[in-house]
Write a protein of this length. Structure first.
Lengths: 398, 330
C-alpha cells in the first residue's frame, strides 16, 4: 500500500524515484545503456530492417545516447570513470562511446526525426527515451525489434514493467530506470496534501500549486484521483478529468504549468505543493527536509526511460549485449546504488544487500511488488487519440 | 519567435550616394553588403519562406509516419484564429503586454538616455557600460532572478502590498461582461497579494529585459542633437519644457522609433518571460508556438501562428513608421 507518507519516511512505498533526471539539475537519469555487445557475431541483425549497407558491422563499437547524470560514475585520479560501463567494455571488448545528448524527449525526437523518417542511420546504436515517446517510435516503425536471444537477462525485468501496453512483449524497449509521478509539498507551509482533489480544491493552496506540462503525468494523476485507470479509460472519464483540470485553472488554484522549474519554485516557497517527479524531490530534500513527496492513495504514475535501438543502427548486437549486461542483477545493483531511481531489475536488491544492506532496504529504490502495483502506466495512444488528447490538454495548459 | 526582427528595420537601405568617392568601384557597396545579405538570406529569408508551406501542410510530428504533406491546409489559419484569437485572446494579449512593456520601457529609458547624453559629463562611458552590463549574464538567468526578486514573501512584494500599489494594479481588469476575446486581464493586472504569476510580472520582466534596446538608440539620437538649437529656443523665450517639447523630443524621434521597435517586436514573441514569470493565463504567442511545436507536434499550426504573428507585426510596424514620419531611422 502506498501510504501517504512523505518521501522522507522510507517506510512507505515507492517513492523513490531518481534524482532528477528530469529535474532542475537534469539529474539523474538513467544511464544509457548502450548497447553493447554481441557484435561479434550477431551483427547481422536478427530481424528487422537491417539495410544492406548498414546491416550492421562487426566493429566492436557501441554508440549510446542517454540523459545526463544517469549512470554510475566515480573519480579515479581526477578522471571521470564509469565502473559498470568499463566492466562491460572489459568483458566484451566492445568500446562504448557514451554520450548524454538527451535533455528532453521532444527535443531529442526533433533531432532524430528527419534522419529516421529518411530511413537513415542516426549514428547512435541505442538511445534512452520515456515510455510515451518509445510508443510513438514503435508506431512509426522506427525501432529495431530486440533479439531476445542476445539478451537472456531480460527475464530479470521486474513484473510491473514486463508488459506495458505500448510494448506488451518488450519487443522493442527495455527500461533503463523507472520513476514515479506524485505530489510534493512543503510541510512547513501546508499540511499533508494527500490527493489531487485536495491539491486542486484546498482554498489554502489557491495560487500556490503547479502541475506538470507533461500531459501523461498530470492527466494520469487526475484520472486516478477520479477512480479511472490511466491504462484504460473512457472518453467520459477523460472529459471529466479535463474538467477538473480546467476548473482548477479557472479558479486560480493552479499557478503555472511547469517543466523542471517547479523544483525551484518549491525550494523558494513560491509554491506550497505541486505535481512532481520524485527524483527531483530527493534532490530538494537534501537542502530542505520539510519538502515531502507522497503517492496519492488513488495511485501514482509510473514511468520508465527505455533503451531503444533505432532502425539502421550499425551495432545492434552490441546494443543488445549492453542491455544484457545491465540486466545482470549485479550490474543493476551497482547502478542502483548510484542512481536514485527505481531499479527495474529483479534480483538486484539481493545483490545490493550483500554489499550495502541499508540501501537495499530503501523502498525508494526497491519498492515492493504491492507498492508497484499501486502505480499506473499511461495507456498507449493511437494517432487519433494522441492528437486529440494532446490538443485537449494543450487547450488548457496554454 | 518574433520571427522577423523586421526585415525592414535592421537592414538599412544602402544609401545611394550619387557622389561616389573617386576610385571606388560601383560594386563596393554590394561587396560590403554581401556578408550581411548572405547571412540574412540563409538564416532569415529562407527559413521564413520555409514556414509558409509548412503552415499550409497537414500532419503531426508525433503521429502517422511523422511527416507532413503540403496540401493547402488553410484550415491551419482558421484553427489559429479560433484557438488563439477568439476562444482565448492569446494573440491580443501578446500585443498588449508587449505594448505596455514598450511604453514602460520608453518612460524609464528616456530620462536615462537623456541624462547620459546631456548631463553625465565624464561618467558618460561608464553609464553606457552599465546599461549594457546585463548582457554579461544570460537572459534566462536574469529572468529567473526576477522570480526571486518578486517572490511572494519578499520585501518588494510586501512593500507594494503595504503601499496599496497592488490593490490598484489588481483593480485594473477587464470586466466580466466583455466577450472572451477581450479578456486581457480577467483577474486584474496583478493579484492582491502577489506579483509573480500575474500579468504584471510578465510586463515587468519584458520591460526589464528590453531596456537596453530602448536606451541605446535613444542615447544615440539624443547625443547627436546640436545643443545650440536648444539654446536658440531658450533665447527665444521658450521655457525649458517647451524647448524639450518642440526641439529635443522631435529631434530624438528616430531614437524613439528605433527603440520602441527593438523592444516591441521581440517582446511580442518572447516565450521566456511569460513561462517563468506568468501564470497559466499569461501564456503569450511565443508560448503557444512553442507548445504546438514541442508538446503536440503540430508543426503546421505552429508555423501558421508564426506567420500570423509576423504579418501582423510587420503591418503594425509599417503603419507606425509611416506615421512617425521618420525617413531616416537611427
Amino acid at each position: 500500500m502506498t501510504d501517504q507518507n512523505p518521501f522522507s519516511n522510507p517506510v512507505s512505498g515507492v517513492r523513490n524515484t531518481g534524482l532528477s533526471r528530469r529535474g532542475f539539475l537534469r539529474g539523474v537519469g538513467a544511464t544509457g545503456a548502450a548497447a553493447a555487445g554481441a557484435s561479434l557475431l550477431a551483427a547481422c541483425g536478427s530481424d528487422g530492417d537491417t539495410d544492406t549497407d548498414t546491416g550492421g558491422s562487426d566493429e566492436k563499437i557501441l554508440n549510446f545516447a542517454n540523459w545526463p547524470l544517469y549512470i554510475d560514475t566515480k573519480r579515479v585520479d581526477g578522471v571521470k570513470a564509469y565502473p559498470t560501463l568499463e566492466a562491460f567494455e572489459e568483458q566484451t571488448g566492445i568500446q562504448v562511446n557514451y554520450s548524454e545528448p538527451v535533455n528532453d524527449n521532444e527535443e531529442y525526437f526533433a533531432k532524430v526525426r528527419p534522419v529516421l523518417a529518411a530511413n537513415k542511420d542516426v549514428g547512435v546504436d541505442s538511445f534512452v527515451l520515456t515510455d510515451w515517446m518509445a510508443s510513438k517510435l514503435i508506431n512509426l516503425t522506427w525501432l529495431e525489434e530486440l533479439d531476445k536471444s542476445n539478451i537472456p537477462n531480460w527475464e530479470n525485468i521486474t513484473s510491473a514493467l514486463k508488459e506495458p501496453t505500448f510494448d506488451p512483449n518488450r519487443d522493442y524497449s527495455l527500461p533503463w530506470q523507472s520513476g514515479v509521478t506524485g505530489i510534493a509539498y512543503d510541510s512547513s507551509v501546508t499540511g499533508e496534501v494527500a490527493s489531487i482533489t485536495d491539491l486542486f480544491t484546498n482554498p489554502d493552496l489557491n495560487g500556490a500549486i503547479t502541475v506538470l506540462k507533461e500531459m501523461r503525468d498530470t492527466m494520469g494523476l487526475i484520472l486516478l484521483d477520479q477512480g479511472a485507470d490511466p491504462a484504460d479509460f473512457t472518453p467520459d472519464e477523460w472529459g471529466s478529468a479535463l474538467e477538473a483540470l480546467s476548473a482548477a485553472k479557472d479558479s486560480g488554484q493552479i499557478r503555472q504549468f511547469t517543466g523542471n522549474n517547479y523544483a525551484q519554485l518549491l525550494a523558494q516557497r513560491t509554491i506550497a505543493a505541486c505535481v512532481a517527479w520524485s527524483g527531483d524531490v530527493i534532490q530538494l530534500q537534501f537542502d530542505n527536509p520539510d519538502i515531502k513527496f507522497l503517492i496519492p492513495e488513488a495511485g501514482g504514475m509510473l514511468w520508465s526511460d527505455n533503451m531503444l535501438i533505432p532502425i539502421n543502427a550499425q551495432h545492434k548486437a552490441n546494443a543488445e549485449a549492453w542491455m544484457n549486461h545491465y540486466y545482470d542483477p549485479k550490474v543493476a545493483a551497482e547502478l542502483a546504488a548510484w542512481v536514485n531511481y527505481i531499479c527495474p531489475v529483479d534480483g538486484a536488491q539481493e545483490e545490493l544487500a550483500k554489499t550495502d544492506p541499508d540501501l537495499a532496504e530503501n523502498p525508494l529504490i526497491f519498492p515492493t511488488p504491492a507498492e508497484l502495483d499501486q502505480l499506473a502506466i499511461f495507456k498507449a495512444l493511437n494517432d487519433e487519440e494522441e492528437t486529440q488528447y494532446a490538443d485537449d490538454f494543450q487547450s488548457i495548459a496554454v | 519567435m518574433s520571427a522577423a526582427p523586421a526585415p525592414g528595420v535592421g537592414a538599412k537601405a544602402p544609401a545611394d550616394d550619387s557622389a561616389r568617392p573617386v576610385g571606388q568601384s560601383r560594386w563596393t557597396p554590394y561587396a560590403l553588403l554581401s556578408p550581411g545579405l548572405l547571412w540574412l538570406s540563409v538564416f532569415l529569408v529562407v527559413t521564413t519562406i520555409m514556414l509558409l508551406p509548412m503552415s499550409l501542410s497537414s500532419g503531426r510530428a508525433f503521429s502517422g509516419d511523422g511527416t507532413f504533406s503540403f496540401d493547402w491546409q488553410f484550415a491551419n489559419y482558421a484553427d489559429a484564429w479560433t484557438q488563439y484569437v477568439v476562444d482565448t485572446p492569446i494573440f491580443q494579449k501578446s500585443l498588449i503586454y508587449a505594448l505596455i512593456a514598450t511604453v514602460l520601457t520608453l518612460v524609464i529609458a528616456y530620462p536615462l538616455a537623456y541624462t547620459i547624453a546631456f548631463k553625465a559629463g565624464r561618467w558618460k562611458n561608464f553609464l553606457l557600460v552599465l546599461v549594457i552590463a546585463p548582457f554579461f549574464t544570460s537572459f534566462l538567468l536574469r529572468t529567473n532572478a526576477w522570480q526571486t526578486i518578486l517572490v511572494d514573501t519578499g520585501p518588494v512584494v510586501s512593500f507594494m502590498e503595504a503601499s496599496g500599489m497592488l490593490s490598484v494594479f489588481h483593480a485594473i481588469n477587464t470586466p466580466d461582461s466583455w466577450p472572451s476575446w477581450a479578456q486581457i486581464f480577467p483577474e486584474g493586472l496583478s493579484a492582491e497579494n502577489r506579483v509573480l504569476a500575474t500579468p504584471l510580472a510578465v510586463i515587468i520582466g519584458l520591460a526589464y529585459n528590453f531596456l537596453p534596446f530602448m536606451t541605446l538608440p535613444l542615447y544615440a539620437s539624443l547625443e547627436r542633437i546640436d545643443v545650440r538649437l536648444i539654446e536658440a529656443a531658450t533665447d527665444l523665450y521658450s521655457s525649458a519644457w517647451t524647448a524639450f517639447r518642440k526641439v529635443t523630443f522631435p529631434l530624438s524621434l528616430p531614437g524613439v522609433v528605433a527603440g520602441t521597435l527593438l523592444t516591441f517586436i521581440p517582446a511580442a514573441g518572447d516565450p521566456v518571460n511569460p513561462a517563468l514569470l506568468g501564470s497559466t493565463s499569461d501564456a503569450l504567442m511565443g508560448n503557444a508556438i512553442d507548445a504546438q511545436f514541442k508538446a503536440t507536434g503540430n508543426y503546421p499550426l505552429a508555423a501558421a501562428l508564426s506567420v500570423l504573428l509576423m504579418v501582423v507585426i510587420v503591418a503594425m510596424v509599417a503603419v507606425y513608421v509611416r506615421r512617425a514620419g521618420t525617413e531616416e531611422l537611427v
